[in-house]
Design a protein around this ligand. Structure first.
Ligand SMILES: Cc1cc2nc3c(=O)[nH]c(=O)nc-3n(C[C@H](O)[C@H](O)[C@H](O)COP(=O)(O)OP(=O)(O)OC[C@H]3O[C@@H](n4cnc5c(N)ncnc54)[C@H](O)[C@@H]3O)c2cc1C
Length: 435
């Protein structure tokens, strides 16, 4: 007997579509990042049935560790848990019984390939303190202001310090950065990582959550009694739905809602665009970087480009160079060769040209080109920090929104993703309770 192409395809589709039982959980969660997994775990703890629908072939979203390329864990996305005393994401470590590794990064400053003199270190600290004071004052006078209007660099050291606020910390240029959204963020200290890599920990933490991988949601229809979730791989329905995809995905589509999202929420999505921050990781054939393990190096290159790197991570012959904002966007456009070139030049200026011939491996992230992220995290445009609360509102009673972008305090970070997932699960539970 021959199998027709049509029959073959329909059998194939049936094999991959949702099994009958999974198709009617209490809650469907869209996206298996930290927010989606936190929501799922909360609902499961309350004895509700859940199914997470994930477009990628893995869980973790923007928290993902490459454990094979370098022989040490390289977090392609989130690595640090900042403000460890109050960060909601510390719950992941507690739940998994994992010890936080305190960040003891020693920081060195280089301008044009030469280490800055001692006095400049003290001045750099003062610039940071003054910058914070200026932003607080500006926010006392106005509800919001672009950071670039308050922090105007007068010399190279200030330019470097302000780059550490804009592109190299927030992933956007100072002129596009909302002072209110930036200052909402909690202090970064103490900062922790985990030995296996944060992405690897998130993958273990979420391993027991039921997830349908490789199913991209394109439409959510809440016009009937059950909420219908349409994916590229079949459809399913639930009593409630939690949407955790990044704002970049909501803005770019295809991702439709019936009834349509209200104008206020559409505006919130537009005003919480994705910032861009990438990592360029390199390893070398032998020891060419003469520095203590895990040293943080920041500076300005001879071409006056700000850079930020960690050299000798895990005491290996390696380095991770960070790029953000316009420069990151440009390097993504130019391709991985350009990104590699920038990182190698910045390091060669400091540690010598010898390292150019010793590159062993490299890995370069391109979060802006990633169709399921479309950037690194959400950053409010000036005047729109409060739009996070608009985005967090339920849509049509049974569709809830979570994800880092929706958290008023911890947005942009895994802490925001975690807290928002728990919050959305609580909202969904309230609706299920009413039924
Ligand atoms: C380079 C980089 C460095 C970072 N560093 C840090 C750090 O050190 N510390 C920190 O706290 N934070 C950091 N972050 C931010 C942190 O990674 C995010 O805030 C957090 O992981 C977001 O989690 P989330 O669940 O909200 O979103 P995501 O992790 O993006 O989860 C959303 C999920 O939805 C899926 N999805 C998208 N579209 C669809 C669709 N149509 N259908 C189905 N599924 C879909 C995605 O594949 C994804 O898995 C970093 C991010 C990047 C990119």
């Amino acid at each position: 007997m021959t199998l027709s192409r049509r029959l073959f395809l329909s059998m194939l589709m049936a094999g991959t579509a949702f099994p009958a039982r999974a198709a009617e959980p209490d809650v469907v969660i869209v996206g298996a990042g930290v927010a989606g997994l936190a929501a799922a775990r909360s609902l499961m703890a309350a004895n509700k049935s859940v199914l997470v629908v994930e477009a990628r072939e893995r869980i973790g979203g923007r928290a993902v560790t490459d454990s094979t390329t370098f022989g040490f864990p390289f977090d392609l996305g989130a690595q640090w848990i900042e403000a460890g005393r109050s960060n909601p994401a510390m719950a992941i470590l507690r739940e998994m019984n994992v010890r936080p590794v305190p960040d003891r990064l020693e920081q060195a400053i280089y301008i044009g390939g030469t280490e800055a003199p001692k006095e400049e270190y003290a001045r750099f600290e003062k610039i940071a303190i003054d910058a914070s004071r200026k932003l607080v004052e500006a926010l006392r006078k106005a509800p919001d202001v672009p950071v670039g209007r308050v922090l105007v660099a007068q010399d190279p050291l200030e330019r470097l310090a302000y780059a550490m606020v804009g592109p190299l910390e927030s992933g956007v240029e100072l002129g596009e950065l909302s002072a209110r959204d930036f200052m909402r963020q909690p202090e970064t200290e103490p900062q922790y990582s985990v030995a296996e890599g944060l992405g690897a920990l998130v993958a273990r933490w979420g391993a027991k959550v039921p997830v349908k991988l490789g199913a991209r949601v394109v439409r959510i229809d809440s016009t009937s009694a059950q909420v219908l979730v349409v994916t590229t791989n079949g459809q399913l329905s639930a009593k409630a739905v939690i949407v955790t995809v990044p704002t970049g995905v909501l803005a770019a589509g295809p991702f439709g809602f019936a009834p349509q999202l209200g104008a206020a929420r559409r505006e919130a999505i537009a005003q919480l665009p994705m910032a861009l921050y990438n990592k360029i990781a390199l390893s070398f054939g032998r020891k060419v970087i003469d520095a203590p393990a895990g040293r943080s190096v920041i500076g300005l290159t001879r071409k006056d480009q700000a850079f930020d790197a960690i050299v000798r991570p895990y005491d290996r012959d390696a380095a991770v160079v960070f790029v953000g904002g316009e420069q990151a966007r440009q390097l993504e456009e130019e391709g991985t060769g350009a990104a590699l070139g920038f990182a190698m030049s910045a390091l060669a200026e400091i540690y010598g040209n010898e390292l150019r011939g010793l590159l062993a491996r490299s890995s370069i992230t391109r979060w802006g080109k990633d169709p399921f992220a479309r950037g690194s995290w959400s950053m409010a445009t000036p005047g729109n920090a409060d739009k996070r609360l608009v985005l967090a509102q339920p849509h049509h009673d049974r569709v809830f929104f979570a994800g880092e972008a929706t958290d008023p305090v911890w947005a942009t970070r895994v802490g925001g993703a975690y807290a928002s997932g728990v919050r959305a699960a609580r909202e969904a539970l309230a609706v299920l309770g009413k039924k």
